[in-house]
Design a protein around this ligand. Structure first.
Ligand SMILES: [Cu+2]
Length: 103
């Protein structure tokens, strides 16, 4: 665990793994599409400093320090468009956001 940025949200056994790269200050990909009700595992790799991937509505959270890869899960229950972002101080403000599309 990485101190302030805490543990990862639980990952379901059948989750679909989606690889995400985090760097200052963007996510690759900037948009992720999933099906409503689908179990997702975000496989987050940081290319530089500590970053995380957070979706408030689904309590999704995973943090990765430089060069690390960590996994965190969520289930997107409701169709819609949601924001994923990095909670490290100043990162979201610097543009570190992406869009989760649940269809
Ligand atoms: Cu960040």
């Amino acid at each position: 665990m990485d101190g302030d940025h805490g543990g990862s949200s639980d990952v379901a056994d059948d989750a679909r793994r989606i690889e995400v790269l985090a760097s200052s200050f963007e996510f690759d990909p900037p948009e992720i599409q999933v099906a409503a009700g689908e179990n997702i595992a975000i496989v987050l790799t940081s290319t530089d400093i500590l970053h995380d991937f957070t979706i408030d509505e689904f309590e999704a959270h995973v943090a990765a320090d430089r060069g690390e890869t960590e996994v965190g899960g969520f289930t997107a229950e409701e169709p819609g468009r949601y924001i994923y972002y990095c909670t490290v101080a100043g990162h979201r403000e610097a543009g570190m956001e992406g869009t989760l599309v649940v269809a």
